[in-house]
Design a binder for this molecule. Structure first.
Ligand code: GDP
Ligand code: MG
Length: 553
């Protein structure tokens, strides 16, 4: 393929504005997949994507398209819309020269529309605005056109109005891709320079790297070197994604495809790495900013004998999702495990679900926390901290964009849900890191009859300590078995008690007549529980109770 007939582009948009549906239509129009009634988000291949109806992984497909007698190769990357996965978007954009910015004709510009536009704008890509869902009864494409002109400074006559669902006017999207997005700037005569922009682990074939070729050619049998590790490999297979892997003899600069080269170890296949030919070193490509985790949670095997299996599952999955950070950790209550960093709560849930579904792992995930930086012996010169308004822009008469500075801790857990319900679903939300701010945080202890439970020590904001402490005490009361004496369950800051629950005394079950088999069952269960007890002072705490208090769900 001559380079001038190649176009590399991404589809970006707010969640649910129709990226994956538009991708379906483009695949059909170009004959990449057969046109049937059942093509629904075909690029959403993961089980978690199908169940949740959202894209979490960017996916690549190569399309062939005839236009005015010329054959074009269009490499399309469908991307996730949710803020937690914007890392996938920015990585995908590095393999592209343009984007289709899809906007729902009814909802108009939303938070991730703005965020994605700026990602594309900063990467200096051509932006083609596509107004989707014009078939909807309440669609108002003219209003959305005006919003796009006002917020992004893109002339309204550049907007393409379509219905991805019905296929209306989708052909003109392909026309625009060819006319408005430039071909990649590459040099085929130069030595190979390939960017690894994604990779997956296949049980039988090892690492499959998705590559974008900036210079040169790569063929099966070539010896290649990873700029990151300096290790040499032989290329076993190259090919294009169509959207499934289809082997070819070669990949040329300007193409996007995959490559298998016997990399077995996940450390060997870094996303952002540059590959070049043996003995023909090149300047490595810039790679990617590493993702910055915002939410941390502990992950432990349900049973310690599963530790090694879980370890290898986490390694393989983090290869495919390099935005997750992993550190070894251990807990008195839960044993050896890891502390994982995620980009948000949805990201955490999806990662957990993928571990279970794709790797058959069962894990205990602890309540997520956000990172704090502790400064020892600081003068507490700190103002009461609330959200601070930074900026306000009117998108049109009935939509406004507000910028606030928030403590991350306040937004990770349920902020998004509350915002949605307060605004009856109209508000949308995006965030970026604004660095550490000082805050009045305290260390909160949980006590059982006066003895600290190390497993449950947490850092909380001073104003929230009471309600969080109370909640933990209540959960503990519900999950601790009664014992032969009364137990005081307390939350304390230093020597000050801020919440208390009392677990009453255990009465011997034989004091009440009743069903003998039920009693036997109860005794058996107690005996089993005893095996995994930990003693805190004179109080016996089964492992189960910790899990119930620490677990998210
Ligand atoms: P994504 O999150 O941006 O990938 O959005 P999807 O492609 O998954 O679409 C979200 C929802 O919008 C799905 O229920 C689609 O069927 C629906 N949808 C997509 N395009 C259109 C359209 O042109 N018209 C209508 N009425 N619905 C659409
Ligand atoms: Mg999608």
């Amino acid at each position: 393929f001559p380079v001038e007939n190649i176009r590399n582009f991404s589809i970006v948009a707010h969640v649910d504005h129709g990226k994956s549906t538009l991708a379906d239509r483009l695949l059909e129009l170009t004959g990449t997949i057969d046109k049937t009634k059942n093509n629904k988000q075909v690029l959403d291949k993961l089980q978690v994507e199908r169940e949740r109806g959202i894209t979490v992984k960017a996916q690549t497909a190569s399309l062939f398209y005839n236009c005015e007698g010329k054959q074009y190769l269009l490499n399309l990357i469908d991307t996730p819309g949710h803020v937690d996965f914007s890392y996938e978007v920015s990585r995908s954009l590095s393999a592209c020269q343009g984007v289709l910015l899809v906007v729902d004709a009814n909802e108009g510009i939303q938070a991730q529309t703005v965020a994605n536009f700026f990602l594309a704008f900063e990467a200096q890509l051509s932006v083609i605005p596509v107004i989707n869902k014009i078939d909807l009864k309440n669609a108002d494409p003219e209003r959305v056109e005006n919003q796009i002109e006002k917020v992004f400074d893109i002339p309204s006559d550049e907007c393409i109005k379509i219905s991805a669902k019905l296929g209306t006017n989708v052909e003109s999207v392909l026309q625009a891709v060819i006319e408005r997005i430039p071909p990649p700037k590459v040099h085929r005569k130069n030595p190979l320079r390939a960017l690894v922009f994604d990779s997956t682990f296949d049980q039988y074939r090892g690492v499959i790297a998705n590559v974008a070729l900036f210079d040169g050619v790569v063929s099966k049998g070539d010896k290649i070197v990873s700029a990151h590790t300096q290790k040499t490999y032989e290329v076993n297979e190259v090919g294009v994604l169509n959207p499934n892997e289809q082997p070819t003899h070669k990949l040329y600069a300007g193409q996007v495809g995959y490559l298998i080269a016997g990399m077995k170890n996940v450390i060997e296949a870094q996303i952002g790495d540059t590959l070049y030919l043996h003995k023909q070193p090149v300047e490595p490509l810039p790679g990617f900013k590493s993702a910055k985790p915002m939410v941390f949670a502990g992950m432990y095997p349900v049973d310690q004998s599963e530790y090694n299996n879980l370890k290898s599952a986490i390694e393989k999955l983090t290869l495919n999702d390099s935005s997750v950070t992993v550190h070894r950790d251990s807990s008195l209550a839960l044993g050896a495990g890891w502390r994982l960093g995620f980009l948000g709560l949805l990201h955490m849930e999806v990662f957990n679900q993928r571990l279970e579904q794709e790797y058959n792992a069962s894990v205990i995930l602890t309540t997520p926390t956000v990172p704090y930086k502790a400064v020892l012996s600081s003068s507490k010169l700190i103002k009461a901290r609330r959200a601070v308004q930074k900026n306000m822009i009117f998108i049109d008469q009935n939509r406004v964009m507000l910028k606030y500075l928030f403590p991350l801790n306040e937004i990770v857990v349920d902020f998004y849900d509350s915002l949605k319900s307060l605004s009856s679903g109209y508000a949308s939300f995006d965030y970026e890191d604004a660095g550490y701010q000082t805050a009045e945080l305290v260390k909160m202890d949980i006590l059982l009859n006066g003895n600290t439970v190390e497993e449950l020590v947490t850092v909380v904001h001073k104003d929230k300590a009471h309600s969080i402490g109370k909640a933990i005490c209540e959960r503990l009361k519900d999950s601790l078995p009664r014992q032969l004496f009364e137990i005081a369950i307390q939350a304390a800051i230093g020597s000050k008690i801020i919440a208390r629950e009392t677990l009453p005394i255990f009465k011997n079950i034989f004091q009440y007549g009743g069903d003998i088999t039920r009693k036997m069952k109860l005794l058996k269960r107690q005996a089993e529980g005893k095996k995994k007890l930990r003693k805190i002072g004179n109080v016996e705490v089964p492992k189960d109770a910790f899990i119930k208090v620490l677990k998210t769900r």
